[in-house]
Design a protein around this ligand. Structure first.
Ligand SMILES: CC[C@H](C(=O)O)C(=O)SCCNC(=O)CCNC(=O)[C@H](O)C(C)(C)COP(=O)(O)OP(=O)(O)OC[C@H]1O[C@@H](n2cnc3c(N)ncnc32)[C@H](O)[C@@H]1OP(=O)(O)O
Ligand SMILES: [Co+2]
Length: 149
């Protein structure tokens, strides 16, 4: 793991949360957008070498909707930047971690992403992120589509 890439926070109202975090962090969100395959709308803030990712649900069956229903607003996941997501998924699978997604998929903020089940990581949902470096990598996998608002 290279660094904490972002901390994902589930929120009910993205505009309201954007205002709170802009004041807290003294900086504006640098990127917003939707990830259709996850049913989320995201807003990113840079904090040093990491980021805060605010996540609101755009569909009732979104993982964020289910999380909010069950737990309310709060920290949702921790994302780590890796150099080679496929190699890292293979390593972690061999180490006994449960992979939620069998293959990397296109996530937010120009990344390939994959998730580990919280029960494998002491109750914390883990996201692995690899920067999409070339067009080849960014071929849409499944129906993930990144569309800016
Ligand atoms: C990809 C775009 C963007 C990016 O950064 O690029 C994102 O980050 S999108 C983020 C939203 N997408 C996801 O979270 C995908 C991965 N998540 C999942 O597949 C599910 O949410 C899953 C499998 C973690 C839980 O789904 P499930 O239907 O099993 O929900 P349950 O409520 O039944 O949960 C089972 C069990 O896990 C606990 N749980 C659920 N969510 C979390 C969480 N975020 N952190 C910690 N623990 C979590 C839940 O409490 C249940 O535990 P139990 O002890 O049985 O009550
Ligand atoms: Co994330």
């Amino acid at each position: 793991m290279k660094k904490i890439e972002h901390i994902g926070i589930a929120v009910k109202d993205l505009a309201a949360a954007n205002e709170i975090y802009a004041k807290l962090l003294q900086t504006e969100s640098y990127k917003t957008g939707k990830v259709k395959s996850e049913g989320v709308e995201t807003s990113f803030f840079k904090v040093g070498e990491s980021k805060i990712e605010l996540l609101a649900a755009t569909s009732g069956d979104s993982p964020i909707a289910k999380f909010l229903e069950k737990r309310g607003e709060g920290v949702h996941h921790i994302a780590y930047e890796v150099d080679d997501i496929k190699a890292e998924m293979k390593r972690l699978k061999e180490e006994g971690f449960e992979l939620i997604s069998k293959r990397p998929k296109k996530g937010a903020d120009n990344k390939l992403v994959a998730f580990l089940h919280p029960k494998s990581a002491a109750g914390v949902l883990v996201e692995l992120c690899e920067e999409i470096r070339d067009e080849e990598q960014s071929l849409p996998i499944g129906d993930e589509v990144w569309e800016d608002l």
